[in-house]
Design a protein around this ligand. Sequence first.
Ligand SMILES: [Mn+2]
Length: 367
Amino acid sequence: MDVSKNLNTKAVLGTFMDAENNPRFDDADVVALGVAFDVTASYGKGAWWSPHAIFDASQQIEWEVPIFNVPLASKVKIHNAGVLEYPRTLSRGKVKIFDGKKTAELCRQMVDDVYQMSKNTLKTGKLLFLMGGEHSILNGALNAMAEIYKPRDVTILQFDAHLDLRDTYWEQKHSHACVMKRARDHGFPLLQIGVRDRFDSAQASFIKKEKRADWIFFCPSQPLQAYYDNAKTLKDGGVITPDNLILNGEISERQTGKILSKVTTPFVWITIDVDGIDSALIQGTGTPMPHGLTLSSVEHTIYSVLQHCHKNGIKLLGFDINEVSPMLRDPDKGYEAANVISTTTEMNAALLASNVVFWNFLDRFQK
Ligand SMILES: [Mn+2]
């Protein structure tokens, strides 16, 4: 397998949920790859240390899975492929901004590295687990999936406070703010859940042109009355489907059913931008947003989707957790739990990831 010169296989000892042992790639069911990249983050920087933080938090999770009380690793082997590392944007107490040319070059390099490593994993049929870094880390996996599969056969399920449908942002095609537009450029069916940040008229036009409104599940960021007062505007050529409004961050059973009815492709990828979850639970992220999804609601929807996949012979190709930005007291000291103001975000991310793996291989425990 091609190994990028940016790959640091010593960045994290052990693997996800195990500080000591790292199963071989060939023996693994799941391949975990970190991508330490936060070059295009437009507000809070610091997602660079996210893979280290999520790995570290994961190693605190009890090995035995709920209900069955057997170690996850006894049924599912997770290989730690290492962390792809790029220049840091936070150092010596300052934020380092690269110019447009350098940013584009770093993005190209990162996307290509993730593409190569994703391709090597996806070709074997193993589940790929990417840890951002910023959301742009998904681009390489999108390119690999588009090459191996027909994009129309892979539904992307996105949890996010933001649409990320800009064509470019600060002149960058591979900005975190454009990653779902790249997914649509490839032709992947796209479900967007938890969106609540405001968006520009170009993205609104894109939603209308592509008739995407029914594929987007908004968390209202205004009093509901404001939506009801303007329901006619929403229905007549608007970009919001009133039925898809998620109340108090809880995705309803009816909405979950609607989401499942739209997952009809043979393959699925789940992309979790942690800012989709309410900012009270996810404070360590680049652009925290209030009025978000509850964690239990995200878990319930993912569990339901994976059950739906299992029943219908749909394969989860992989998933990514991105935009975790550890709240370091001193970024120069690097990631260690003692240097973090709150570890809640990375712990929630690690727990969610361990659940996705557990639920995806649930039938192995049921036997
Ligand atoms: Mn995002």
